[in-house]
Design a protein around this ligand. Structure first.
Ligand SMILES: Cc1cc2nc3c(=O)[nH]c(=O)nc-3n(C[C@H](O)[C@H](O)[C@H](O)COP(=O)(O)OP(=O)(O)OC[C@H]3O[C@@H](n4cnc5c(N)ncnc54)[C@H](O)[C@@H]3O)c2cc1C
Length: 314
């Protein structure tokens, strides 16, 4: 047991803080933005390993997270709900490797799908990000985790300031700049528009839509409609043209959305990386660990990767 500083208060940093505090460490989280104001606050967020490789390691973490979120869904305060939906594919050889992380899946009725597509039906956790991130922060605070609001320039700066026994970098897209030894991280720009919910409960994702990534994720008070997956774009401005195109696509697929008022809109830069970095980082005078690069799957992998990070420290 020791003092551990976690840099990052997004879904990854908070989940790691939870697992470390539960294991008996004294934990401090340093971040310049709260989770709701980070990429984690923009996510849809359904359980699905999107924009990450589907290696055994990733799918194992996804399975662990599925089970944990399913348990949390029993407590309404967490903002997690189990929701049925469809993963649509327009490829002749769809990648269904992810289905092994989901307890029950089945084929979608072809008559309900666009011509030439196939679909997998399943029930997965839906995370209402506002409620969930607030609950997670409250829960870790109750476990004794302390927070410091600051922008930090480097890992060594934090090691000098906080003098922890160990440090974890969970700073999403900006982790590479803090460590200075990684040139593999890139942004994957995601734009969403949130509409009033006309009573929808089922989600739908259509990654291969010929006009661009398309998804509809109904939550309690709105429907998150997306999206984009612009690799390499650092543009954080909402594009009205992109929004109009998203609305055309989602209304064509879910006509009930026509005429629903726009409640809010957002852009987030997903932390892309060919593979998630989850390892000890050499070259510092105290143990430093990295956990970042979760692409479009930070919520989907959060508990599994937090447990792995805690195991590295142990
Ligand atoms: C449109 C969109 C839809 C998505 N949908 C889903 C989905 O359905 N399911 C899913 O699983 N995932 C989804 N994601 C992906 C998910 O949001 C990310 O993978 C996840 O939020 C990454 O979390 P993180 O904690 O690594 O990073 P972030 O949420 O970006 O948090 C980073 C933290 O580090 C801190 N930080 C960074 N640099 C510094 C610094 N120099 N000094 C101090 N603090 C620093 C920040 O303040 C912040 O607290 C979506 C993303 C987008 C954009």
């Amino acid at each position: 047991m020791g003092n551990v500083t976690v840099v990052g208060a997004g879904v990854i940093g908070l989940s790691i803080a939870h697992e470390l505090a539960t294991a008996g460490h004294t934990v401090r989280v340093v971040a310049d933005r709260e989770a709701a104001a980070s990429v984690s606050g923009v996510a849809a967020a359904i359980w699905f390993p999107h924009d990450v490789d589907h290696s055994d390691r990733v799918l194992d973490s996804a399975a662990v997270t599925y089970r944990r979120l399913e348990e949390l869904a029993e407590d309404p305060r967490t903002g997690v709900h189990m929701r049925p939906g469809t993963v649509l594919s327009r490829r002749p050889d769809p990648d269904t490797s992810w289905t092994r992380a989901v307890p029950r899946t089945g084929p979608a009725d072809p008559a309900a799908l666009p011509a030439g597509s196939t679909g997998v039906r399943c029930t997965v956790p839906l995370v209402e990000t506002g409620a969930y991130l607030a609950w997670l922060r409250e829960t870790v605070t109750a476990l004794g985790v302390r927070f410091r609001t600051a922008e930090v320039g480097s890992v060594d700066e934090v090691l000098r300031a906080d003098e922890p026994d160990a440090l974890v970098v969970a700073a999403g897209l900006r982790s590479a700049a803090l460590l200075g030894d990684d040139d593999e991280v890139f942004p994957i720009r995601g734009q969403v528009v949130r509409l009033a919910n006309p009573g929808l409960t089922e989600w739908l994702t259509d990654d291969d839509h010929p006009e661009g990534l398309t998804y509809v994720v109904p939550r309690r008070d709105d429907v998150v409609c997306g999206g984009t997956g612009d690799t390499g774009s650092w543009d954080e401005q909402v594009s009205p043209e992109t929004e109009a195109a998203i609305l055309r696509r989602v209304i064509a697929m879910v006509p009930e959305l026509a005429g629903q008022p726009v409640l809010s809109r957002a852009v987030g830069l997903r932390p892309g990386r060919p593979t998630i970095r989850l390892e000890a980082v050499p070259g510092h005078d105290r143990p430093v660990f990295a956990c970042y690069g979760h692409g479009g799957a930070g919520f989907t992998l959060s508990w599994g990767d937090a447990a792995r990070t805690a195991a590295l420290l142990a």
